[in-house]
Design a protein around this ligand. Structure first.
Ligand code: SME
Length: 160
């Protein structure tokens, strides 16, 4: 068992720094990407509140395929460029979507989702995966959440 407990008094940047450090510590020395993504998804679920889904889609043969996650069962394959995840992967850029209903092409895996944050994981200049966070609250995510999940993506990019 690993006991990583976020301190509720932490500022958001500090919370994400702790999350990235915990993830870095968990993946250190472990070569299995599935195990590392599974633990990273569990940490996001534990550290970040007001989520209904958190996890990975991996780049496989030019498209996205569902990876380890927390939340309800989700769409398995997402073509590059489609949905919020496909946009993040195609552009190699974080997508911060305050209202998923206003995002053309949003893929509704869980009808409860109202806002979404998707961060590409980049290794050697290539998008190898995306980290997807969904919330039932509109506008749940801001630039600090985006920066925090980008920090997590950097911390685990070599290990997934
Ligand atoms: N909403 C995402 C699909 C993945 S689920 O939210 C888990 C999208 O539009 O890409």
């Amino acid at each position: 068992m690993y006991a990583f407990a976020p301190d509720p008094a932490l500022s958001k940047p500090d919370l994400y720094r702790e999350l990235a450090e915990a993830a870095g510590a968990l993946v250190a020395g472990e070569p299995d990407p599935v195990a590392n993504m599974a633990n990273a998804a569990a940490l996001v679920w534990q550290f970040v509140d007001r989520l209904n889904w958190a996890g990975f889609y991996r780049m496989v043969d030019g498209g996205l395929v569902l990876g380890p996650f927390q939340g309800k069962p989700a769409c398995i394959r997402i073509p590059l460029g489609q949905g919020v995840c496909g946009a993040a992967a195609a552009r190699g850029e974080t997508q911060l979507v305050p209202d998923v209903h206003a995002f053309a092409g949003h893929i509704a895996c869980d009808a409860a989702s109202r806002s979404e944050l998707v961060v590409p994981v980049i290794r050697d200049g290539q998008v190898i995966a995306v980290i997807d966070l969904d919330s039932p609250e509109p506008a749940r995510f801001d630039s600090e959440d985006a920066a925090g999940i980008e920090l997590l993506a950097s911390a685990i990019a070599a290990a997934i």
